[in-house]
Design a protein around this ligand. Structure first.
Ligand code: SF4
Length: 431
């Protein structure tokens, strides 16, 4: 690993210095930064000397003068430049273990790195922290963190994470409270393990560190067809009970701190709650509140939609079983605009198996397979960017947007802002 340049921002210092993709930042003032945190810290100097290793192996030493808060404008391949901290667990619900063989190596990486948690909001279990890690979290104020709690019952957590060290979760959370580092919490709900009374206990224990407790996301366990050992999926009864427990907890606490993810409401066949339920929508990336956000966004844009467009147009909008519940109304509404038709195409997850129905896991081969028979009627396909791996044009199965275009013989438009309907509306109204 290293501090490799993925992109250089336009009109930035880095562009001026002709730093380019593939170059490696070796040192700043003689120090080799371990990660983006240290890089940002070193960047605070107004005068600095950096050493860049160009792609051809040449070393360039560059002296820079800049404002203390000015960045170079480099986007790095990874936020961690040394070795990513790997997890020391083997969780019963781990998604990494439920993938087929032969996928890209990076998809099998089990990271559990507090630096990525601080920088990118990935969840950590706090089971692999060294003394030096703890000192750094405290010294550099690395919060908020995102903690995969799952359960606060020590024996149960050891069992669920398959790690003898996992039982000390409350000690760790109390430590975060004592050093005043706030944290978001996550519970992956596995029926018969940490649901019902165990969930109540977990929420109550979390309330005991209320001073630093940020929103708690409760998400259902994801089960793919590649799983080797059985695990009970969340059904309607469990989903309803979980939503009820969370509501009771929030009521007792007097503030809206725990949220059930969108999937719980879909499984429970309940309407997604109003925006107040989600507070400041802090855990959208975890599938908590995304459906409400999109619905409210579309409602706010409806009044500005035209009654008709000049040229007749037909679009096919690709979505998942889960998001289809809200996009059926949105696409139907857009289709009331004269000359415009937006057809929703719900793609089932044949790749991962029938129990997986979230948009982010839809793969290219499922889209091609399920839409090939409509090839002649599809001119323009609209897909959300969440189906693609970050900063790429590839789906999780490594098929690309170009494969889709070629196989279906159509144009493909990508909705970048997945929490709003702005891009979708712009695409379909563009004359
Ligand atoms: S912490 Fe658990 S769920 Fe996360 S990668 Fe490790 S084993 Fe998998």
């Amino acid at each position: 690993m290293g501090a490799f340049v993925a992109e250089v921002e336009k009109n930035s210092i880095a562009q001026e210095l002709e730093i380019s993709t593939g170059d490696e930042l070796l040192t700043i003032d003689g120090i080799k930064p371990k990660d983006l945190i240290e890089y940002r810290y070193l960047m605070m100097n107004e005068e600095l000397t950096i050493v860049i290793k160009k792609q051809n192996g040449e070393l360039e030493e560059i002296e820079i003068e800049k404002d203390f808060d000015e960045d170079l404008g480099i986007i790095f391949e990874s936020a961690v430049f040394d070795r990513i901290k790997l997890c020391a667990n083997n969780c019963i619900f781990c998604f990494v273990n439920q993938q087929p063989e032969g996928m890209r190596d990076t998809l099998y990486v089990k990271d559990d790195d507090y630096r990525l948690s601080y920088l990118q909001g990935t969840y950590v279990t706090l089971t692999n922290l060294t003394k030096a890690d703890r000192e750094r979290i405290e010294r550099d104020r690395l919060g908020p963190l995102y903690v995969s709690v799952h359960t606060t019952n020590p024996e149960l957590r050891q069992k669920m994470l398959n790690n003898k060290m996992a039982g000390k979760i409350m000690d760790n959370l109390r430590w975060l409270r004592d050093i005043d580092i706030p944290f978001h919490a996550q519970v992956v709900l596995c029926p018969t393990y940490n649901d019902d009374e165990e969930l109540k206990r977990t929420l109550e224990d979390l309330a005991s560190v209320d001073e630093v407790l940020l929103p708690i996301a409760v998400v259902p366990v994801g089960i793919t067809q590649f799983r080797e050992t059985p695990l009970v999926r969340v059904d309607k009864t469990v989903a309803c009970r979980t939503i009820e427990i969370i509501d009771e907890f929030n009521k007792k606490l007097g503030r809206q701190v725990a949220c059930a993810s969108d999937e719980f409401f879909l499984i429970a066949e309940k309407q997604v709650p109003p925006s107040e339920y989600y507070g400041d929508f802090a855990q959208l990336e975890d599938g908590v509140g995304a459906l409400r956000m999109v619905l409210d966004d579309f409602d706010s844009r409806k009044k500005d939609l035209p009654k008709s467009i000049k040229t007749p147009k037909l679009f096919h909008f690709v979505t998942s079983v889960a998001a289809g519940t809200i996009f059926k109304d949105i696409t139907a509404y857009l289709s009331t605009i004269e000359n415009l038709e937006v057809r929703m195409e719900i793609i089932k997850s044949e790749f991962w198996g029938k129990d997986v129905n979230v948009t982010g896991l839809i793969v290219g081969q499922d889209i091609i397979k399920q839409l090939k028979h409509k090839k002649d009627e599809i001119n323009t396909l609209i897909i959300p960017t969440i189906m693609l791996k970050p900063l790429t044009q590839s789906f999780l199965d490594d098929l690309t947007v170009d494969d889709l275009k070629r196989e279906l013989g159509c144009e493909v438009l990508i909705v970048e802002d997945i929490y709003s309907t702005k891009n979708l509306i712009e695409f379909v109204l563009d004359e």
